[in-house]
Design a protein around this ligand. Structure first.
Ligand code: HEM
Length: 464
């Protein structure tokens, strides 16, 4: 009996909450008439689900791709929903993604939960827009631009060789973990320019892995919880980075190469340092964070796609065998020019990025009421361009569920291929990520053979 009474009370409360929320949205709709038009703008189609819960349970109880795809099928390229306590507008067309991320980017700011900002560091590039973001972005782009990458090829190759050597020694837990080790190592050489001693590197690795474990945990400050441990590790990371900066300032060859050097040398118009140590540390942690799991996931998917397409694997192997010849059978190091001659491998990378769509969507928040194609995107609502929906739409990619690298012999239509985002916040690390993939694939297919889900070195006597 008590149970039924409780149930009835909950239902009544939900009904009241629904009504309150509904009337709030209705009132909001009235507000949206003030655009110099006679009729108020309407919200996009879609469903807001239960009060407060919205459609969060639906999203988490099924494959998220299915959730977004079925909504798109029902409502079209723009629809509303309510997730994790926030009203959202989802956008599933290249035109809409361009509107939010490129042409009207000033109307949509990056948005992340406060707890995530505190964990990465509130001054990190991707939390900002406007002047600070632009200046910082120029510095990061410079450190990851073609000249810097050309010089990084030997370091990337050394990291790849060392990862593969650890596989030979049997230290592989899973492909993804192995790829994470690689992408962390490449992140470290990119940031510190190959001038970091092993002790410092181990300190960074250890603390960073604790931060990572707590990143998605419930935010609270209870000692012993994953979140608490992650925040403690974050403080230690910050300390290590400040020590490294202090040491570098005391050395003849101050600052050094790599992203850290660029950030430390940056000066404002008055000649004073542009960034404080705090801001530099936040950005170093931010870049490590942006670089590691993304690249590791892409590498893992590439291994899987190659494994699943033996004919393609043979063709990639033939292309890479020719490159190996050009390096004297692997006796000379790979050079930038070699990586530019890997056309088929490059297409495999692009197709893997399309198929896997590692970053399925991104978040922004409307900073004002915005009209898009006659619909209103209200101020304060989250806005999500759905990259995966665009990548998997037959309107832009013929037979989208087929793994077919040859589709990239022709450049995709503008704003349809967005694995690295679009516009002012598009990934500045995309060329580095592709370089890492090319170098890994080169060594993988010329030195290993895939059999029954295992990678075996050719040196074990197995034939190709
Ligand atoms: C396959 C690997 C990668 C993928 C798929 C990827 C994807 C993305 C995407 C989609 C964005 C834009 C997010 C948004 O608009 O909200 C982004 C931003 C960013 N990425 Fe990457 N990324 C990868 C690798 C890297 C690497 C290797 C680095 C650095 C070494 C990096 C650094 C960044 C930074 C700093 C931003 C923020 C840029 C800004 O806000 O201006 N990423 N990435």
């Amino acid at each position: 009996m008590a149970f039924f009474l409780a149930l009835v009370c909950i239902l009544i409360l939900l009904a009241i909450a629904s009504y309150v929320q509904y009337t709030r949205w209705q009132k909001g709709k009235g507000r949206f008439g003030g655009h110099g038009r006679s009729a108020p703008l309407k919200l996009p189609p879609g469903s807001m689900g239960w009060p407060y819960l919205g459609e969060t349970l639906q999203l988490y109880s099924q494959d998220p791709s299915f959730f977004f795809a079925s909504k798109q099928k029902r409502y079209g390229e723009i629809f509303k929903t309510h997730l994790l306590g926030c009203p959202c507008v989802m956008l599933a067309s290249p035109e809409a993604a361009r509107f939010v991320l490129v042409t009207q980017a000033h109307l949509f700011k990056p948005t992340y939960p406060r707890s995530k900002e505190r964990m990465i560091g509130p001054s990190a590039l991707f939390f900002h827009q406007g002047d600070y973001h632009l200046r910082l972005r120029k510095l990061v782009q410079g450190a990851l631009g073609p000249d810097a990458l050309r010089a990084l090829v030997p370091e990337v190759e050394a990291a790849v060789r060392s990862t593969l050597a650890s596989w030979d020694a049997g230290h592989v837990r899973s492909t993804f973990h192995a790829m994470k080790t690689l992408s962390f190592d490449v992140g470290i050489v990119t940031i510190f320019g190959g001038r970091l001693d092993e002790r410092r590197k181990a300190e960074l690795r250890k603390n960073y892995s604790v931060v990572e474990k707590g990143y998605n945990s419930f935010p609270n400050s209870l000692p012993g919880t994953l979140h608490y441990k992650a925040m403690q590790a974050r403080r230690r990371l910050h300390g290590v980075l400040c020590d490294i900066m202090r040491e570098r300032r005391g050395q003849a060859q101050a600052a050094g190469t790599g992203l850290l050097g660029c950030l430390m040398r940056s000066r404002g118009d008055d000649g004073a340092p542009l960034l404080s140590d705090e801001q530099i540390a936040d950005n170093v942690i931010g870049v490590l964070f942006a670089a590691q799991d993304t690249t590791a996931s892409a590498l893992t998917w590439i291994v899987k796609y190659l494994h699943d397409h033996p004919k393609l694997l043979e063709a990639v192997r033939a292309e890479q065998a020719a490159v190996r010849e050009a390096t004297g059978g692997g006796r000379q190091p790979l050079a930038w020019a070699h990586t530019k001659s890997m056309a088929l491998t490059h297409r495999v990378i692009l197709e893997s990025l399309r198929m896997a769509s590692i970053i399925s969507f991104t978040f922004r928040e409307a900073v004002a009421d915005v009209e898009y194609k006659g619909f209103l995107i209200p101020k304060g609502w989250k806005v999500m361009p759905l990259f995966r929906n665009i990548h998997h739409s037959p309107d832009y990619f013929q037979d989208p569920h087929k793994f077919d690298p040859s589709r990239f012999q022709v450049a995709p239509r503008p704003s349809t291929f967005l694995p690295f985002g679009h516009g002012v916040h598009a990934c500045p690390g995309n060329e580095l990520a592709k370089l890492e993939m090319l170098v890994l694939i080169h060594h993988l297919v010329t030195g290993y053979r895939m059999t029954h889900g295992w990678l075996l070195p050719l040196s074990m006597g197995l034939r190709l």
